[in-house]
Design a protein around this ligand. Structure first.
Ligand SMILES: Nc1nc2c(ncn2[C@@H]2O[C@H](COP(=O)(O)OP(=O)(O)OP(=O)(O)O)[C@@H](O)[C@H]2O)c(=O)[nH]1
Length: 450
């Protein structure tokens, strides 16, 4: 009450004797003509409302039951105002004031408890075998064509039963787009997408979720049919190029030069889209086919620690700590990612299976190669991702390769540009020296450090 008195000294004392709730009702009632009226909807920061809210105890919000917005401050206010400052040292009082959440701890919430709807679950791709990821199920919910500076790609959106994130697959396979029946390579298609989801599904339902073949247009609408067979490898065609890429909002969208993530995403799609030359014994001229492969885009911001922690980590980095130490100082691991969902998505796309063609993996990260091989995916080659600025350094003519990259084209804000700068050099150096990334360390002078 002391608070309301100080905010509203002109309010009469009988009124102040009312309970907080009654007082609010009176003050906000259209019938009350004696004092200023308050709109309950619009008075978000009204001091009276704040005073009442602060004295009303712990808060209940839709998602956070019993949270205290300002744990220390409110506990102190409650203790002093209601029980007296002398009581605050009592152990039982301290316990009552502590932060209480009715949400499960993060480690429990992240456990695989999410179940897909039965209709969906019956169509998902389950991974067989005794591996710890055998319970992972993924389902491609929708697919569409995205034109990019490097050509069309098919964006696939996945749901899974391990986390509630929407991971993506960016499939480069423009041969599917053409009417050319002499295309040699097996199409890269999602089995869960092409499955029949329910008996009532119409052709238009299938087309709208992306289960179509060829080029979709007002005059070309061919729903796909479920594929039961694993695409068989074609000896003369190199295995598809695949990248497992972790989300980086700062690098990909903002154009941050603290890391090379934006450049890597752009470069991966550019490399996968390059036409493939096939040797032709009968003729000196080699034949080319369209590039093919996929980027599995995982929602693993900040190596799995999330954007909030990554932003904090950047401030620690500005204080002089490297990326690994900054993560550890925030109570995270250096790298909290797993690649089980990526494996399941690759399987769904028919990529890397033992009987199939295998994949060429675009990465410098040994963990990714190991993770795929551990789950039985066939990695026939690791293809290095050399930072564009380092590629130039390794050549005597510093700018020789830059023109080839196409400065303006690109799928991220960085586009065809090379990321460079002191921040990036520190970041790459840490990856190589502390995280074991398999890349020669080029120094600014143009020499490789062993
Ligand atoms: N915690 C943290 N994460 C970062 C930082 N900079 C980029 N990232 C995240 O790092 C992830 C990319 O991982 P990298 O270690 O760069 O590369 P990689 O995927 O392990 O390996 P490559 O396949 O060789 O690219 C993305 O999720 C980015 O958001 C940083 O300073 N701190």
């Amino acid at each position: 009450m002391a608070l309301t008195e100080s905010f509203y000294p002109n309010i009469s004392s009988p009124l102040l004797a009312e309970s907080d709730t009654a007082l609010l009702d009176v003050l906000t009632s259209p019938r009350w003509q004696g004092v200023q009226k308050f709109s309950r909807r619009d008075a978000a920061l009204d001091p009276l409302l704040l005073a009442v809210a602060a004295s009303a105890g712990t808060h209940t919000t839709r998602n956070h039951y019993h949270h205290d917005f300002f744990p220390g401050a409110q506990a102190d206010a409650v203790a002093r105002g209601k029980r007296g400052a002398e009581n605050t040292n009592k152990p039982q009082e301290r316990k009552r004031m502590s932060y209480v959440s009715k949400q499960g701890p993060r480690r429990l919430r992240l456990q695989p408890t999410i179940s897909l709807q039965p209709a969906i679950a019956s169509q998902v791709i389950s991974l067989a075998g005794p591996s710890p990821i055998s319970s992972i199920e993924v389902k491609c919910m929708a697919r569409t064509r995205i034109p990019t500076p490097y050509g069309p790609v098919f964006l696939h959106l996945y749901h899974n039963n391990r986390d509630n994130k929407e991971h993506l697959a960016i499939v480069v396979d423009p041969a599917q787009y053409s009417d050319d029946s002499s295309v040699l390579a097996p199409p890269i298609r999602s089995r869960s997408l092409d499955a029949v989801w329910n008996d009532d599904e119409t052709d238009m339902d299938r087309i709208i979720r992306g289960a179509y073949v060829g080029k979709l247009s007002a005059t070309s609408q061919h729903p796909s049919r479920p594929s039961l067979h694993q695409p068989s490898p074609t000896a003369s065609i190199p295995s598809p190029l695949v990248r497992i890429h972790s989300e980086c909002f700062t690098g990909e969208t903002v154009g941050s030069m603290r890391c090379d993530c934006g450049e890597q995403l752009d470069e991966a799609i550019r490399l996968i889209s390059q036409p493939i030359s096939l040797p032709n014994n009968a003729s000196p001229n080699s034949r080319t086919i369209p590039g093919r492969g996929a980027v599995i885009y995982l929602k693993q911001e900040g190596r799995g620690i999330g954007l909030l922690s990554k932003i904090r980590a950047y401030n620690l980095q500005d204080l002089g700590h490297d990326t690994v130490t900054a993560n550890l100082m925030l109570g995270h691991q250096a790298d909290e990612r797993g690649y089980e969902i990526a494996v399941a998505i690759l399987r769904d796309l028919g990529l890397g299976s033992e009987l199939g063609e295998g994949v060429r993996l675009l990465t410098n990260n040994p963990d990714k190669v190991q993770a795929l091989e551990k789950e039985g995916l066939k990695v026939v080659e690791r293809v290095q991702m050399v930072p564009r600025s380092w590629r130039h350094r390794s050549h005597s003519q510093a700018d020789a390769g830059e023109a080839d990259l196409g400065k303006t084209a690109g799928v991220t804000m960085i586009g065809g540009e090379a990321v460079r700068g002191e921040d990036l050099d520190k970041y790459l150096r840490t990856k190589i020296l502390r995280m074991g990334h398999m890349l020669p360390l080029y120094l600014a002078g143009g020499q490789a450090e062993s």
